[in-house]
Write a new protein. Structure first.
Length: 465
């Protein structure tokens, strides 16, 4: 309402004799102007507090600081978000509404984190979350420089990363400690390097279960050996046919032979468990247990190996190296470690159109999105996956073949070369060991070579089937 209309309404409340007074009309006009200003201020205040009516910005290419200073940017700052590079006012209103809806549903779930990451690409609607095993997947269409692209966002819990531990100059009969901070046992990869002396028949012993690994060969000074799980060893970087023996000498008459595995607690040996004897010419390495494990390095005498290999005539041909004074080695262990209280977001390096090809701006916005939804104490990790195959392939260059031949010869190309590919799917399944002995105790749910027979202090009572 304008001041003049408001003044005429106020004059209508007065007696007719007072309505013609000039001073009264002038006074009521000033009052009407102040009332109009107050009404406009209240309207402006209400509009600035509602995201659909708050003033935004006109140019999407404005700097982020300028966008934050607007009324719409002030509302978004209450939720801890800011406009993206190249984001328009309408797109930001929609993204702000999505964020409020996610607040009501919860921000710490896998679907919520994927939807937060999807809002960075400014899609037309939020994606539907599906599951592929233990991986949450979000598929959405993104406007890029090359046109609309279909991308997949993957979210996995407890991702794995490479871990390694190097011990230099480990002497014979030396013991080292390896800490596996993973949430599950791992298969290690052992790297052995001889230093200044030749090493013959090196042996590594896992003290936790007394399993021993012997390489039936020798290492020259400076030569390296890699022992891999169920794969041939690598000697100086090349595959080697020399066998690897995994054994436990509890059935042999030796000073070091033992059936029971013990640990020292307050100066007294405590029984950990027992195990059967193992002696197999294979490359199956023992699993690296969770927590701290102790590994011992030593060499095996050729006479002892000859006695062990009495029932393996094919392996006796490798016992040609004489026993020498063992030297120190460099021992490095590598394994895959699953991180606890951690999740990983995998995205393709496809930059949306509104970010003008700025990959750094995309990764910065994605980090802010996943950190916004993560719970306290949980670590978030962002990984750029290899780019997918394009949806459409355009061949701009023509393919031409130039053939030069002698005129006296004839070249007839009548055969076609076909390539047949066969797909193979390999599935390795290992059933868990859950059978119990008649006596009290049970085996751990691990492979037979690495399991221990646990003897509880209070046996469970037997029940009739």
């Amino acid at each position: 309402m304008t001041p003049h209309r408001r003044m005429r309404r106020l004059l209508g409340y007065l007696p007719r004799a007072l309505q013609e007074g000039e001073n009264i009309r002038h006074f009521l006009y000033q009052v009407a102007k102040e009332m109009t200003l107050a009404e406009e201020g209240l309207t402006t205040l209400m509009r600035s507090r509602w995201y659909r009516l708050a003033r935004g910005w006109h140019d999407p290419k404005d700097f982020v600081d300028k966008k934050v200073a607007t009324q719409l940017g002030g509302i978004a700052s209450l939720f801890g978000i800011e406009p993206l590079k190249g984001e328009s006012t309408g797109q930001f209103r929609k993204r702000l509404r999505w964020l409020v809806d996610l607040h009501r549903e919860g921000l710490t779930t896998a679907p919520a984190i994927l939807k937060l990451a999807a809002t960075v690409y400014l899609p037309a609607k939020l994606p539907t979350i599906t599951w592929e095993g233990d991986i949450a997947v979000a598929e959405l269409t993104v406007a890029s420089d090359t046109g609309p692209r279909r991308i997949r966002l993957l979210l996995r819990d407890n991702p794995s990363n490479s871990a390694r531990k190097l011990h230099q100059a480990v002497p014979p009969k030396g013991v080292v400690q390896i800490t596996n901070a993973s949430i599950e046992p791992a298969i290690p990869e052992l790297h052995i390097r001889a230093r200044d002396r030749k090493v013959t028949y090196p042996q590594l012993t896992l003290r936790n279960n007394d399993l021993r690994i012997v390489y039936l060969g020798s290492l020259s000074p400076g030569q390296s050996l890699v022992l891999r799980h169920r794969q041939p060893p690598l000697l100086a970087g090349r595959p080697d046919t020399t066998p690897v023996i995994v054994y436990n000498p509890c059935s042999f008459n030796e000073d070091e032979a033992k059936f029971a595995v013990t640990r020292v607690d307050k100066g007294k040996p405590v029984l950990v468990g027992g195990r059967f004897s193992v002696f197999e010419p294979q490359s199956s390495l023992p699993t690296l247990p969770i927590g701290v494990s102790r590994w011992a390095y030593n060499t095996v005498d050729v006479t002892t190996l000859a006695r062990y290999l009495g029932f393996w005539p094919k392996l006796k041909k490798f016992l040609h190296e004489p026993s020498t004074l063992p030297g120190p080695i460099d021992l490095e262990m590598r394994w895959q470690e699953s991180r606890a209280a951690c999740f990983e977001l995998c995205v393709p390096p496809i930059v949306p159109l509104h970010m003008d090809g700025d990959l750094a701006a995309l990764t910065r916005a994605l980090r802010q999105a996943i950190n916004y939804g993560r719970a306290a104490g949980v670590q978030a990790r962002l990984t750029l996956t290899p780019p997918p195959v394009p949806d459409a392939v355009a061949l701009a260059d023509q393919l031409s073949v130039h053939i030069q031949k002698n005129p006296s010869d004839e070249l007839n190309l009548t055969e076609r070369l076909t390539v047949d590919s066969i797909g193979l799917e390999l599935t390795d399944a290992l059933a868990s060991e859950s059978e119990r002995f008649y006596a009290s105790g049970k085996f751990g749910a691990r492979t037979f070579d690495a399991t221990l027979f646990d003897h509880p202090t209070k046996p469970e009572p037997e029940t009739d089937p």
